[in-house]
Design a protein around this ligand. Structure first.
Ligand code: 5GP
Length: 189
């Protein structure tokens, strides 16, 4: 998706530890026109899949998931990062290791929001080592719903996540795949 590649090249900032900061358009300030183009592209790629629900993880996946959901006309469920007293009844839970913060945390979704008849598309901003995506896909598996695939805005192709997740038979569609990053250059696949 050329629009996205150009924007990453122009505004992305490379930080220590293979972290790409895209705070000016994706992770802090959000460019809604770009989000619309992203949502439309996900819809085009998964058009025939009869998606009934979009699943993401708080916080940075939520904005993209919501704009994308408008193109599918389906609800968004976001996995919460810790147990909340406000959730009644059972929850599905799994563990995710944070790439950016390096710690392990639980993610939860209330059982009432994922049902066996759902066809779920996972949306997230980044794919690095794959922990977030595998944690989310575990929630879908536990619910008995069908995992149709995952739409990722930026995949860091030089990290292990893409291979790991695709190796489990999960369809992953990434709109930008980074092959390599150095202090002042990014190359895309
Ligand atoms: P993974 O679980 O695949 O290792 O990492 C994915 C999660 O970590 C994403 O939800 C994203 O929030 C965060 N993440 C991973 N790599 C980066 C990065 O280079 N930049 C930013 N801004 N977030 C990242």
């Amino acid at each position: 998706m050329q629009l996205l590649l150009d924007r990453i090249k122009r505004d992305g900032k490379i930080r220590k530890g293979n972290v790409l900061k895209v705070d000016s358009f994706l992770n802090h300030q959000m460019d809604i026109k770009l989000f619309s183009a992203i949502g439309e592209e996900f819809q085009r790629r998964f058009a025939d899949e009869h998606i009934t629900k979009i699943l993401t993880i708080e916080a940075s996946g939520i904005g993209i998931a919501c704009i994308t959901a408008q193109f599918f006309d389906v609800p968004v469920v976001f996995a919460k990062k810790q147990q909340s007293k406000n959730i009644d009844g059972g929850v599905y839970t799994s563990k995710v290791e944070s790439f950016t913060h390096g710690r392990v945390y639980d993610i939860i979704v209330a059982k009432e929001y994922l049902a066996p008849e759902d066809r779920v598309l996972i949306i997230d901003d980044f794919l690095a080592n794959g922990s977030a995506l595998l944690g989310l896909s575990q929630l879908v598996l536990d619910s008995g719903a069908t995992l149709v695939g995952a739409g990722i805005v930026i995949e860091k192709g030089f990290q292990t996540g893409g291979e790991l997740v695709r190796g489990r038979g999960i369809r992953v569609e990434s709109l930008a795949v980074i092959d390599s990053m150095t202090e002042n250059s990014i190359s895309f696949r």
